[in-house]
Write a protein that binds this ligand. Structure first.
Ligand code: GRG
Length: 301
């Protein structure tokens, strides 16, 4: 990909490479019950923006890491993200019928198989990460750091904790800090993971890793506030899921707390904060990360 391609072209080309790698990620010679294989790949290959894996590739690129070696880690975060969507859509959670423009996993395969597909994807993510060492020769200590961070940021102290706080707090949230806790863990943590994983793959310094954390935290929050706004004013066709779901579930969101205009302003401030953190860290090639931050601020799906 040339350095002069637009950010849209960059996203499209990387999403294609990720799709190809994802399609090959579950070895064909593994003996897996067909319904489970189908159910896992139904959601994994259902589209989606592939933003988190693109962040892995862009962060590795910012610091001179190998793109080939980054691909299995990029696939891993998409597997974790997809499992979280499958489980979030279940009747016991949000009870949604559509995701990524298609019927939700449990609507097609039933609840039990949807739970197992999520379990299978989550577990397979750790296998995929191990391949960065086994196939691509990334040093074992770097792969261990990536594994540890995924366990923390996707687990009880990360995304799962954010989801639990969201469920426990539904309607009862009275402070913006409580909402920020939920957004930080439910949404930003996987973005922080993706960026730092790209950094670890490239052998990033502590200073660079800290900058990637700040950048990810800020743009992750901005991304979630935009998600809340799109749930109010977005186009269902573009989003691939029904809008107004927060209102129906009486969920407390940023626009609910501070209004639309202030939410839009907050997105701009957070994006700038994230970009500043990155610029201060003097990376070799941060352009794509900076462009991605701006692109996300304007997204409509
Ligand atoms: C069930 C453990 C567990 C966690 C669920 C993912 C999630 C946590 C909940 C889904 C609802 C939600 C609004 C989550 C916040 C993160 C978010 C905005 C997810 C959607 O990500 P996109 O827009 O989706 O990147 P695509 O489909 O493009 O990948």
């Amino acid at each position: 990909m040339t350095k002069t391609s637009t950010i849209r072209e960059y996203i499209a080309a990387n999403a294609d490479a990720i799709e190809t790698a994802l399609a090959q990620s579950l070895p064909v010679n593994w003996e897996i019950p067909l319904a489970l294989r189908d159910s896992m790949s139904y959601s994994l290959m259902a589209g989606g923006k592939r933003l988190r894996p693109i962040f892995v590739l862009a962060a590795a690129e910012a610091l001179g890491g190998s793109r080939e070696a980054a691909l299995p880690v990029a696939c891993a975060i998409e597997m974790v993200h997809t499992y979280s969507l499958i489980h979030d859509d279940l009747p016991a959670m949000d009870n949604d019928d559509y995701r990524r423009g298609k019927l939700t996993n449990h609507k097609v395969y039933g609840e039990a198989m949807a739970i197992l597909a999520g379990d299978g994807l989550l577990t397979h993510a750790f296998y995929s990460i191990s391949q960065a060492h086994k196939v691509h020769g990334i040093a074992a200590d770097r792969v261990l750091a990536i594994t540890e961070e995924l366990s923390v940021l996707a687990g009880a102290r990360g995304m799962v904790g954010g989801q639990a706080a969201d469920m426990l707090g539904e309607q009862g949230i009275t402070k913006l800090e409580e909402l920020e806790y939920i957004h930080t863990h439910k949404t930003s943590d996987l973005i922080v993971f993706s960026l730092r994983a790209g950094g670890h793959l490239a052998g990033a310094s502590e200073e660079h890793l800290a900058a990637l954390r700040k950048f990810g935290h800020a743009i992750g929050l901005a991304f979630q506030i935009q998600d809340d706004i799109l749930d109010i004013i977005g186009d269902e066709k573009k989003l691939g899921k029904p809008v107004k779901s927060d209102e129906k579930q009486q969920k407390v969101t940023y626009p609910y707390f501070i209004g639309m205009e202030a939410s839009e302003q907050k997105i701009k401030e957070l994006t700038q904060q994230g970009k500043d953190a990155l610029l201060q860290a003097n990376m070799n090639n941060p352009e794509r990360l900076l462009q991605l931050a701006d692109y996300l601020m304007q997204r409509d799906h």
